[in-house]
Design a protein around this ligand. Structure first.
Ligand code: SF4
Length: 348
């Protein structure tokens, strides 16, 4: 029997929580489908928090994970057979050299981690300008889930926790949109502020993701490719094991890159020697930079992120949370969770 299904994307952040709570208060429980797109680059607190939400709200949150096994097999085949002649627009040979082939074919096997497998397939990490992580790890998974419901004959309303005051890119987010083919988009908190979002959950006795209480202006990937300087410093101090994982990934993805290197944080200095670029931009070099104050060694490659001021993805889908500045985040935490903030060491 055809009916309307409400699909709520839950990131474990404050905005998607408020959106989920609104859905639960306004729609029949059996018409709500909560989904979480697991990137494989998540903080362990995220999984714990999802368990807490399931237990407290009495719901199931469907965990979706992308699989790139097929793409990696095709890429291996492509690399092994590559005999192209000619050069690209920058004058570089198109063909994979035998050395690069050997390097890539030695490691390019599915790891089961969606983020790493995606980067191996692409031969690089995502960047602000090529943010394929949101698309491949989150948007496509959510769309696939919704299409399956539509193919089963349901109308689908996709609930998205997007706020207009999050960033310029989301300034014109509509409250309601008809996509077609039985799919609608609903953004119930489009006009809300971050404070209203916190207030809404607090009034219902639901705790925020503990990461907010540990100086994180956003929750989601740990780290996000768009993470701010102060967030990176905080991550290095609190959870260095996440950066050790990124360092391992940089080595693996570099092996899968035709150029022979790739760094987690964006690089645009391709004219420089690749070893020099890697030395400047590998995750540990960026951590050292994050500890500098004004006047410390500057890395221009973060300029595009810092000057933009949003510190997050520009996707209008709202699948990746935008980053509040540390000052904003701390002010919100102090105002809303003074006691809990003290427990986690944030001055309240
Ligand atoms: S934009 Fe950041 S949070 Fe979103 S998928 Fe990419 S790395 Fe993860």
């Amino acid at each position: 029997m055809s009916r309307t299904m409400h699909v709520v994307s839950v990131s474990s952040g404050k905005d998607s929580l408020a959106t989920l709570l609104i859905a639960l208060e306004n729609c029949p429980a059996n018409s709500i489908r909560a989904i979480f797109c697991d990137t494989g680059n998540e903080h362990e607190e995220v999984y714990t928090y999802l368990d807490y939400l399931e237990a407290t709200l009495g719901i199931k949150i469907n965990r979706l994970k992308a699989d790139f096994t097929r793409q990696l097999a095709a890429k291996r085949m492509f690399i092994a057979r590559d005999t192209r002649t000619g050069r690209d627009r920058k004058g570089r040979k198109l063909r994979w050299s035998n050395k690069a082939k050997r390097r890539a074919l030695a490691v390019m096997y599915p790891s089961g981690n969606p983020f790493l497998d995606l980067c191996m397939w692409k031969g690089r990490f995502p960047s602000r300008k090529a943010q394929f992580c949101t698309e491949e790890l989150k948007r496509n998974m959510a769309v696939e889930y919704q299409l399956e419901l539509m193919e089963a004959g349901h109308r689908v309303i996709s609930w998205q926790g997007v706020r207009r005051d999050e960033s310029e890119a989301r300034r014109n987010a509509k409250l309601y949109e008809r996509v077609g083919g039985g799919l609608w988009i609903f953004r119930p908190i489009a006009a809300w502020t971050a404070q209203q979002v916190f207030d809404f959950a607090r009034a219902r006795g639901i705790k925020p993701n503990p990461l907010y209480l540990q100086n994180m202006g956003r929750v989601g990937c740990m780290p996000c490719i768009n993470c701010r300087k102060e967030e990176l410093r905080e991550i290095a101090a609190r959870w260095p094991h996440h950066l050790e994982r990124i360092a391992d990934w940089e080595w693996i993805v570099s092996m899968c890159s035709k150029r022979g290197f790739s760094t987690f944080f964006a690089d645009s200095h391709t004219a420089r020697d690749r070893r020099e670029v890697f030395a400047d931009l590998n995750v540990w070099a960026r951590v050292e930079w994050s500890k500098t104050s004004r006047g410390g060694k500057q890395f221009n490659l973060l300029d595009e992120v810092e000057n933009d001021g949003t510190g997050g993805c520009s996707s209008s889908y709202g699948l990746c949370e935008q980053s509040d500045t540390t000052t904003q985040a701390e002010a919100l935490v102090r105002a809303n969770f003074g006691h809990e903030a003290q427990i986690y060491g944030v001055a309240a």
